[in-house]
Design a protein around this ligand. Structure first.
Ligand SMILES: Nc1ncnc2c1ncn2[C@@H]1O[C@H](COP(=O)(O)OP(=O)(O)OP(=O)(O)O)[C@@H](O)[C@H]1O
Length: 488
């Protein structure tokens, strides 16, 4: 895509945010309410259902007090949101001068600018850089700065973001071959064996390309297939921490829904990770329709349950708590039997965590569209950030749409918001991936979209934990199977 087009899209995004606000009417559906208002360049959506209250500014969830301050300042009049008593109290506070301007600025910075700024930066970076990389490292940014990037118009996922540069440790001179991995079936290969197994890193054996580098499929002398992930040389130094993080994390885990680390090589000029080979490609490719057949509803449910199990294990049952930080469809690989395995631990965070179960991080990491807004705002990482990404992923699995779809009509471009609005209106059937040729009971859909939306709640306290999500998914699957049996 040309730079001109990218800038055009970024500008169009601005307009679409305003239009979205105009298009969202006030509605009342079975005890749920939603109202919206456009004030200047900002649009506000406030919604209340039985269990949840959502505050959205410019397409992004924000906490209530931020919403109230921003709405009061931007709209400059009383009466919005009309049904909101706490906001009215807050309004008086702000108008009397006690509102926090810092908070207000932060709302604007974090919420209003996120998608558009991401689009804009993506265009700039795309135009400016010579070297291709999907991991963006934002140099010289303070901890309050966060940057985002959304890749548009190509078949790649939105790009990863980090705020602050990696601190690059000196390159190790040692040559290590899987010293930490002593599990059954671990693979101990040296560089020449890896080169032989991959036909000297032949393009014909490449199965994928990510921010870390290229992934090859290789067959070992004993017949076993493995995936060999080789870091890109041009980003070598800066990838050191990511490489080590992935190895450290993978070496500790053993779960059927997590990709197994079999070995690694770290030398002067190579970083290679050897993992089990998962033959059926990434979930994103399946959702794109790039594989033989379209996933049916039951397969999508099973994949969601597998991912929920994998994350429950990481959060609760691993030797040390692990927060994945990059849950997304291209990091879910499928087996021949369409079971899911979570991969890509480059951004994972290992415990220990403090008593409040949070970790204050100096860098925000993840992929735009899946990133927990509360983590972006506070830099505090908890397992609930994975729950947020899982909510976005669940909506992606059900709708087939990416988290951000810039080519869609206004109002449909941020999939989470589009899904949320239709959920509140009770139009869940129109959210389902149209390529799935099944009629799914509306009550089942209402339950599963409700769960996804709860996972992606703007405030982490409103999100369930991963274990309850897995249990809820099981129950929804039972309901679904019952409706199928009754219908046949
Ligand atoms: N163990 C594996 N078995 C089979 N295919 C794999 C395996 N690991 C990765 N792949 C393939 O390689 C692709 C690239 O994977 P990788 O994890 O490097 O990047 P990504 O997750 O797509 O992008 P990014 O690293 O930017 O998040 C995947 O989408 C998948 O198709």
């Amino acid at each position: 895509m040309s730079c001109k087009n990218m800038f055009r899209i970024a500008r169009a995004g601005n307009i679409f945010l305003a239009v979205l606000g105009v298009l969202v009417p006030r509605i009342l559906v079975s005890g749920e309410s939603m109202e919206s208002e456009v004030c200047g360049a900002d649009y506000f959506v406030h919604s209340r259902s039985n269990e949840l209250e959502w505050f959205i500014v410019n397409g992004h969830h924000v906490p209530e007090d931020f919403f109230c301050e921003t709405a009061t300042r931007s709209c400059g009049r009383s009466g919005f949101p009309s049904a909101d008593v706490p906001c009215a109290a807050r309004r008086e506070l702000v108008q009397s001068g006690d509102g926090s301007p810092t908070s207000y600025k932060m709302v604007i910075a974090v919420s209003g600018a996120m998608v558009l700024f991401g689009c804009f930066l993506c265009a700039c970076i795309h135009c400016g850089r010579r070297q291709a990389s999907s991991v963006l490292q934002w140099k010289n940014l303070g901890p309050k700065d966060s940057a985002s990037s959304v890749e548009m118009g190509s078949d790649k996922m939105p790009e990863k973001i980090t705020a602050r540069p990696y601190l690059v440790p000196p390159s190790p001179s040692r040559f290590a071959v899987s010293p930490q991995i002593r599990r059954l079936n671990s693979v101990h290969m040296d560089l020449s064996q890896v080169a032989k197994a991959t036909n000297n890193f032949s393009r014909s054996l490449a199965v994928g390309e990510g921010g870390f580098g290229t992934v090859y499929r290789a067959q070992l002398p004993d017949g076993q297939f493995v995936a060999i992930k080789r870091a890109k040389k041009e980003h070598f130094e800066s990838l050191n921490p990511e490489f080590r993080s992935e190895v450290k994390v993978l070496a500790r885990i053993e779960h059927r829904n997590l990709v197994k680390l079999l070995g690694y090589i770290e030398s002067e000029d190579e970083r290679i990770i050897i993992t089990e080979y998962v033959p059926n490609g990434s979930l994103r490719k399946h959702l794109n329709g790039q594989r033989d057949r379209i996933l049916d509803f039951n397969q999508r449910l099973e994949i969601s349950i597998d991912v929920a199990h994998a994350l429950t294990y990481l959060h609760l049952f691993a030797e040390k708590q692990i927060i994945h930080r990059d849950v997304k469809s291209s990091n879910i690989l499928l087996t021949e039997r369409y079971r899911a395995k979570v991969t890509d631990f480059g951004f994972a965070r290992l415990g220990p965590v403090d008593a409040e179960n949070t970790h204050t991080s100096t860098k925000v990491k993840g992929t735009m569209g899946y990133l927990d807004p509360e983590y972006m705002r506070t830099f505090k990482l908890t397992p609930k950030s994975d729950v947020y990404s899982f909510g976005v992923l669940l909506i992606e699995i059900l709708t087939g749409r990416r988290p951000v779809e810039p080519k869609r009509p206004p109002g449909e471009r941020v999939t989470l918001i589009w899904a949320f609005e239709n959920y509140v209106e009770g139009s869940v059937t129109m959210l389902v991936d149209p390529r799935m040729q099944e009629t799914i009971d509306a009550s089942v859909l209402h339950k599963i979209f409700g769960l996804a939306i709860r996972c992606a709640a703007p405030v982490r306290a409103d999100r369930p934990d991963m274990k309850s999500v897995a249990e809820r998914l099981w129950a929804i699957r039972m309901d679904y199977l019952k409706t199928v049996t009754e219908a046949s």
